[in-house]
Design a binder for this molecule. Structure first.
Ligand SMILES: Cc1cc2nc3c(=O)[nH]c(=O)nc-3n(C[C@H](O)[C@H](O)[C@H](O)COP(=O)(O)OP(=O)(O)OC[C@H]3O[C@@H](n4cnc5c(N)ncnc54)[C@H](O)[C@@H]3O)c2cc1C
Length: 332
């Protein structure tokens, strides 16, 4: 690791200026620092300055606040705060559930909302400094012919990473918008925050240089739920993630938002499942199962990751059941 300067920014705006003013050659924005420090240790970035925003807030409001059917989350809110928020458990449970058992308790105490969204992929070829893959300017994706158990089943390449954030698909079903400073715009829909590898392989987001996320806004989605299937219950990223938000008229689903994580390079909307859920009753287990079984449509798994198609259907079914207010794993 090379020596670097550490600067505590006094505002998001100042952080943005420090990133772009030319004072440093390769300044890197640091929130909780979990992924940034991993990158320094793994030799993937050679920062000459870390611009720390960990303690910054937008104003005097609490990190999580609610008004008029919308919820605001400051960029530096920790995952632990999100997981403990009574506002989120009541008004958008999919968000609280998504981070409740993500990573480890220690990581959740440090990791921030914006850092979670913008963490880099976990692909072991990308993370290993000896593999000069597409994301590092190389000429191939090693996952294609290599070990691809944890890679994408949707998207079609040319790079087969999966989006690592639990929070991103959860925010996606809550119609979230992301507020930024330091560029020419103030806000963008969460879906526009990320791009597919074909639109730029060296990064995964659409922030322009110097743009810094200040906060995130989302709609109340009281009938929402999250389900992840993991190899290990702690200290690991899920194999598949499903997030669901339902609009209900009594017991009938009038419309649904369904988004998967860990299966594609971006949070992956499952529109066929959404359409199939319209008109289904929340007590109709067969209707819910039939809709969830559409989750894998359009998937093109590689040699070792076909298992994700079945896992995804199971996770989506359980997330729907949870969004409907029922226990997806009832005790016998
Ligand atoms: C053992 C382990 C298990 C994990 N399991 C999971 C899991 O199950 N699910 C999951 O979702 N995550 C998991 N994680 C990842 C972890 O949640 C992320 O590394 C963490 O959320 C990153 O947040 P941070 O604040 O530390 O980000 P940082 O490391 O500070 O930053 C990450 C990236 O975001 C950028 N960034 C940060 N804040 C802003 C901002 N406001 N505006 C613009 N750019 C910004 C930084 O420049 C950097 O590129 C796991 C991590 C570990 C170590």
């Amino acid at each position: 690791m090379n020596p670097f300067t550490y600067v505590n920014a006094r505002s998001f705006k100042e952080a943005s200026e420090l990133l772009t003013a030319g004072r440093f050659k390769l300044p890197v924005l640091k929130a909780g620092g979990l992924d940034v420090v991993d990158h320094l240790k793994e030799g993937l970035v050679q920062a000459d300055a870390l611009i720390n925003i960990r303690r910054l807030t937008v104003d005097d409001k609490p990190n999580i606040s609610a008004a008029s059917g919308r919820i605001r989350i400051n960029a530096t809110t920790t995952l632990a705060e999100l997981a403990a928020s009574p506002i989120l458990w009541k008004q958008a449970p999919v968000i609280a559930q998504a981070v409740h058992s993500a990573a480890t308790p220690q990581a959740r105490n440090i990791a921030t909302a914006a850092g979670n969204l913008l963490q880099r992929p976990r692909c072991w070829y990308y993370r290993h400094e000896q593999f000069h893959c597409l994301k590092k300017g190389g000429d191939r994706c090693f996952a294609l012919e290599g070990e691809n158990k944890y890679h994408a089943i949707f998207g079609g390449g040319p790079c087969h990473i999966v989006h690592p954030s639990n929070l991103a698909p959860a925010l996606s079903v809550c119609d979230a918008t992301v507020y930024v400073t330091g560029g020419t715009r103030e806000v963008l829909p969460i879906a526009d925050l990320f791009h597919m590898p074909a639109r730029g392989i060296m990064d995964e987001h659409n922030l322009t240089p110097g743009e810094v996320v200040t906060h995130i806004a989302l709609r109340d989605k009281p009938n929402s739920g999250f389900y992840a299937i993991k190899e290990k219950q702690s200290f690991d990223w899920p194999l598949v993630v499903a997030c669901v938000a339902l609009d209900l008229n009594g017991e009938t689903i009038t419309s649904a938002r369904v988004c998967a994580g860990a299966v594609a390079p971006v949070p992956w909307r499952l529109e066929k499942v959404e359409k199939a859920l319209a008109g289904v009753k929340t007590t109709d287990d067969e209707g819910i199962r039939a809709a969830a079984n559409l989750s894998g449509e359009g998937a093109s798994p590689m040699r070792d990751n076909g298992y994700k198609v079945k896992l995804l259907a199971a996770a989506v079914r359980r997330a729907i059941v949870r969004a409907a207010g029922r226990d997806p794993e009832p005790k016998a």
